[in-house]
Design a protein. Structure first.
Length: 94
């Protein structure tokens, strides 16, 4: 079963001893800052965790198989994540 933002807030509260409202504000502030930096084209490197960065994709021609037609897929920027070797090792050793 997956975890969500509420689970992260509860875990932060449990680990730090801060009240639930402060923990939620911290999580919101961190996530908003990460989204803003990625949106502005910044690369975020967190040692031992990984790197978040924006990846630009060029405009391309896609296919709609059902209708057998071509469509233009516009250029876009999407966030990407590359885990650190430490993170990958921890995931593999559980």
């Amino acid at each position: 079963m997956g975890k969500n933002k509420k689970d992260l807030v509860i875990e932060l509260k449990r680990n730090t001893g801060v009240d639930i409202h402060s923990a939620e504000q911290c999580v919101d502030a961190m996530l908003n800052t990460i989204m803003d930096w990625i949106a502005y084209g910044e690369k975020i490197e967190i040692r031992g965790f990984g790197t978040l960065y924006p990846k630009a994709y060029k405009e391309r021609i896609g296919r709609v198989v059902k209708r057998n037609t071509s469509v233009v897929v516009p250029a876009c920027v999407k966030p990407k994540f590359k885990p650190s070797p430490t993170f990958v090792e921890k995931c593999n050793n559980k």
